[in-house]
Ligand binder design. Structure first.
Ligand SMILES: Cc1cc2nc3c(=O)[nH]c(=O)nc-3n(C[C@H](O)[C@H](O)[C@H](O)COP(=O)(O)OP(=O)(O)OC[C@H]3O[C@@H](n4cnc5c(N)ncnc54)[C@H](O)[C@@H]3O)c2cc1C
Length: 418
């Protein structure tokens, strides 16, 4: 058990809630502050996959750089940019380009592998013996391909992952059909990733963990942080819409808004947001038993408890712009045919959603102590993998706050690396 402190966590997305629960179980008094409530932002509507080390290769790569110009001018592309946002996102894009050479990518992948190793165990630890256990399935996931050329094109990435030690089993169309009869014959190849888990509802999981946090003695304070007082290398007080709050120890887990919180402390963090979308056909049971990622069209598909969810796309448009739900339509257009008997007219309701992934240009999170402060830690920037990494990152934050060695090298994740 660590020395007992009062720890404030800004952000009640999956990342902040997991950090709060780990800190609480480590013996601290913990308050989580959120403007909107647990799980109301990016953690609401993701694809629900708790990825393992098979996601260790960061997005910036020589291959992606070659593809991007083509992608930006195609309406059905998995990446779009709002041209009015281009000047604002330029520094981030330049840093993205710098991270994309093969050598930097490999060294980042090695560091990221260590962080991803243990994602599912960390969730098992947080949910064991609670109702939240029932929200997680342990059936692996599939990375699918519809064309031979797409599958062959992924060979180098698969071999890099295998060299790192990630576990994947290659399936031909017949084995795939036996495993997932709900898929249509257009799906020709798949990598089965047995170590991944998934949730049947990411919002319920975040809310459930927040309820557990409160049941075990934590406090949730629904206010917005509008300013931060500090001096002599310590955070002292938060200004909030509900008045001032004294600070003993502070963790920033404010998702895509974390750079704004960091700016209140005079710290510059090169965080931007990759906005993603989903469409849910409520009440439709496709029979799909594990989630999948379409490795050519770059979207996720999963059977949630409420219906079938198509999720994905990257839109660079900043935190504040209004959603453009045509992006959600595109995911559905690209994906509906991979389900054999999918009948959208059977849906009781169709809903769409936009969420803001918090992403740093090299696709590694900011995880560790904040530069120049003795009572401040950062836990954000988990990009497409914030659900996956939330419990593991929270356990690391608890180690750091307690002054324990978290057992892995956090140098690659230092918040001031840009
Ligand atoms: C379409 C899509 C699919 C995805 N699929 C997956 C997947 O399958 N697996 C996976 O691992 N990840 C996935 N992700 C990514 C994942 O959803 C995110 O990385 C994760 O939800 C980020 O969690 P967070 O807690 O950092 O942010 P959020 O959930 O956005 O929470 C941040 C919180 O901080 C609060 N906040 C911010 N500023 C302040 C302030 N000043 N004062 C008070 N509160 C503040 C906000 O109100 C918010 O609730 C997906 C994302 C998208 C968009």
């Amino acid at each position: 058990m660590a020395d007992r402190h009062h720890v404030t966590v800004i952000g009640a997305g999956i990342v902040g809630v997991c950090a709060g629960l780990s800190l609480l179980r480590d013996g601290h008094d913990v308050t989580i502050i959120d403007r909107d409530g647990p799980g109301e932002n990016c953690s609401f509507g993701n694809a629900g996959i708790i990825c393992d080390t098979t996601s260790a290769l960061p997005m910036p790569s020589p291959g992606v750089i070659r593809e991007i110009p083509k992608m930006l001018f195609d309406r059905r592309s998995p990446i779009t940019i709002r041209w009015s946002y281009l000047p604002s996102v330029m520094p981030w894009l330049i840093a993205f380009l710098k991270s994309s050479n093969a050598q930097t990518r490999l060294s980042n992948a090695r560091a990221f592998y260590e962080l991803l190793d243990g994602t599912t165990r960390a969730f098992e630890g947080l949910t064991r013996g609670t109702p939240n256990e029932n929200l997680i399935k342990k059936r692996g996931m599939l990375g699918i391909y519809e064309t031979d050329s797409g599958y062959e094109g992924g060979a180098q990435e698969r071999s890099m992952l295998a060299d790192l030690g990630a576990e994947s089993i290659e399936l031909g169309s017949e084995e795939l059909r036996q495993m997932e009869p709900a898929l249509s014959p257009s799906v020709k190849h798949a990598s089965f990733l047995p170590g991944c888990h998934s949730t049947i509802n990411p919002y319920k999981l975040t809310r459930g963990l927040a309820d557990q946090f409160v049941a075990e003695g934590g406090t949730i304070d629904l206010v917005e942080v509008t300013g931060i007082h500090h001096g002599s290398g310590r955070v002292t007080e938060l200004e909030t819409t509900g008045g001032e709050r004294k600070v003993d120890r502070l963790v920033v887990a404010a998702g895509a808004w974390s750079h704004r919180v960091a700016a209140m402390l005079g710290l510059k963090v090169l965080l931007d947001t990759e906005r993603g979308y989903h469409t849910v056909f409520h009440g439709v049971d496709t029979g799909l038993t594990r989630p999948l990622i379409h490795n050519e069209a770059h979207f996720g598909l999963g059977q949630m408890d409420e219906g079938v969810r198509f999720a994905g796309t990257v839109e660079l448009a900043g935190v504040d712009a209004a959603p453009d739900y045509r992006r959600a339509d595109v995911i559905y257009e690209c994906g509906r045919h991979i389900l054999r008997d999918f009948d959208p007219s059977g849906a009781t309701e169709v809903t769409q959603w936009m969420g803001r992934r918090p992403t740093l240009p090299d696709y590694l999170p900011a995880l560790g102590s904040a530069p120049g402060f003795s009572n401040l830690w950062f836990d954000f920037g988990h990009q497409h993998l914030g659900l996956s990494l939330a419990a593991r990152s929270g356990a690391i934050i608890a180690d750091l706050v307690a002054g324990r060695d978290p057992g892995l090298d956090l140098h690659a994740f230092r918040p001031d690396r840009f």
